[in-house]
Design a protein around this ligand. Structure first.
Ligand code: ASP
Ligand code: MG
Length: 490
């Protein structure tokens, strides 16, 4: 039994819908031969739709009473076009037309009242932004039926129970599990494909929520976990997870395997892969995830599981995250004084800033850490206030930020205990005369991070990618590099 989640571009046009239907039909047939047959589908909204819905609601709140009417029209055309091209049966088309009308009426009613009130609550925004999935899922179910695959549309507000944190709700696993199993297992047993809305859920009282932007992956993982799927497939428009951003490193490769740990590290440091939250339900149930390309379905993509294959070497992928600020708290008087670090991070937490990386010099004369540029000023002010006395006494003589830096994260579980890796990384950046401003190694040893000037970030990524020969299939990388982790380039 597998769960297949399709993202916005996978259902972005009539052609894409047809492609998805073909993929699901194949999988359903293949699965029918297995001891635990069944395919459940989770879908995002058509690409661009969620943004349009949010935009319309926000403009309505600012008094614009025209835009949402135009949006309604655009949404109707967008979905009707797909139905018109892929569904011949008159009854099916009429039934879909009624669903579209109902949803779009809900949309204009909501936007009108938002415009009247002049206010958009998070709760209201969740209802509006979730409409895209509630248009796309019934459409995909009908497209599957038109292709001869028995399918039934399911609204996730019936089966995914969440807390009431609008705009980023968390699932409540027990009731979700009970409802999903009760509703979906009978369908799966009779060979019907449930087509479920991604991104949305509802509280136990039935108030609609969303799981946060990009939340359909999370939906796929939650549903896969509670159904104990054999695999959760994330269908997107690229060939899985890459060794680096191909816009920065043109010869980056698609990775065959990653561990949960590696994918979480990559996502944390800005790689546009699965959100770390997505993998949690899969990890808990040890269910492998697979990232696949809807537009190149024969490509094996990336498999993500508990353990990845380390025979391919130590470093798996490199990512960079820009727009950061490196904040330093330094002073001779800090040596041996307990509590400085605790007070530093308490002050940072007090202003709600997100710390991406920490490094302390062994002499204890300084602590530095990286926060997004946008929160740097607030953090510095908070620290200066916290250490007012220490600054007057000159125990601490520097609290300041270094703006426009980027974190380069080098990720791979196989880096653990491999000597010489750091040397390889520094040789790579040193060869390019890139100045390393700070370094940190994750305690998991699955990641080494460097801070460099933002203007040198792309070059740093390319240099490290190059020295570890990540552009080559793992079997073809030089053996010395595999052993020594990239110290030797000969
Ligand atoms: N449609 C939602 C969004 O755009 C959820 C998703 O695509 O995963 O954020
Ligand atoms: Mg998406």
């Amino acid at each position: 039994m597998i769960v297949m989640k399709f993202g916005g571009t996978s259902v972005g046009s009539a052609d894409a819908f047809a492609q998805v239907a073909a993929i699901v039909a194949d999988k359903a047939a293949e699965q029918a031969q297995t001891p635990r047959p069944g395919v459940a589908v989770v879908t995002s909204a058509m690409s661009g739709v969620t943004n349009l819905l949010i935009d319309a609601a926000q403009r309505a709140a600012n008094g614009d009473e025209e835009f949402f009417l135009e949006a309604e029209n655009a949404l109707r055309v967008k979905h009707q076009t797909v139905a018109g091209q892929l569904i011949d049966d008159g009854n099916e088309r009429a039934a879909l037309g009624r669903i579209f009308d109902e949803r779009l009426q809900e949309f204009t009613r909501l936007c009108s009242s938002i415009a009247v009130l002049g206010e958009l609550t998070k709760r209201g925004l969740d209802v509006v932004s979730g409409l895209g999935e509630r248009l796309a899922a019934p459409l995909l179910a009908a497209v599957l039926r038109a292709r001869g695959v028995p399918a039934e549309y399911i609204d996730a507000t019936e089966i995914v129970v969440t807390d009431a944190v609008f705009g980023g709700a968390a699932p409540q696993i027990e009731p979700t599990e009970a409802r999903c199993r009760a509703r979906l297992l009978p369908l799966l047993e009779q060979g019907t494909v449930p087509v479920i809305t991604g991104f949305i859920g509802a509280t136990a009282e039935g108030i609609p929520t969303t799981l946060g932007r990009g939340g359909s992956d999370y939906s796929g993982a939650i549903i896969g976990a509670v159904l104990e799927a054999d695999e959760i497939q994330i269908w997107t428009d690229v060939n899985g997870v890459m060794s680096a951003d191909p816009r920065i490193v043109p010869n980056a490769r698609s990775l065959r395997q990653l561990s949960y740990e590696e994918v979480a590290e990559l996502a944390y440091y800005g790689a546009k892969v699965l959100h770390p939250k997505t993998v949690t339900p899969a990890i808990e149930k040890q269910i492998p995830l697979r990232v696949l390309n809807t537009f190149q379905p024969e490509h094996p993509g990336t498999r993500i599981a508990e353990r990845s294959d380390h025979t391919g070497g130590t470093v798996k992928a490199i990512t960079s995250i820009r727009g950061m600020n490196l904040i330093t708290v330094a002073g001779r008087g800090m040596i041996g004084v307990p509590g400085i670090a605790a007070r530093t991070f308490q002050a940072v937490a007090g202003v709600g800033a997100n710390v991406l990386m920490i490094s302390q010099s062994s002499s204890e004369q300084s602590i530095c850490f990286v926060v997004p540029e946008g929160s740097a000023d607030t953090v510095i002010d908070a620290l200066r206030a916290e250490f007012k006395v220490e600054r007057e006494r000159r125990y601490i003589d520097e609290i300041g930020g270094h703006g426009n830096v980027a974190i380069i994260a080098v990720v791979g579980s196989g880096m653990r205990g491999t000597p010489g890796l750091a040397a390889g990384i520094f040789r790579a950046v040193g060869n390019e005369a890139i100045n390393v401003i700070a370094i940190a190694q994750g305690s998991s040893e699955a990641n080494v991070s460097l801070v460099v000037e933002e203007t040198q970030a792309a070059e740093a990524v390319r240099a490290i990618h190059d020295i570890f020969e990540l552009h080559k299939p793992s079997g073809e990388r030089s053996s010395q590099l595999q052993r020594a982790g990239g110290i030797d380039r000969t």
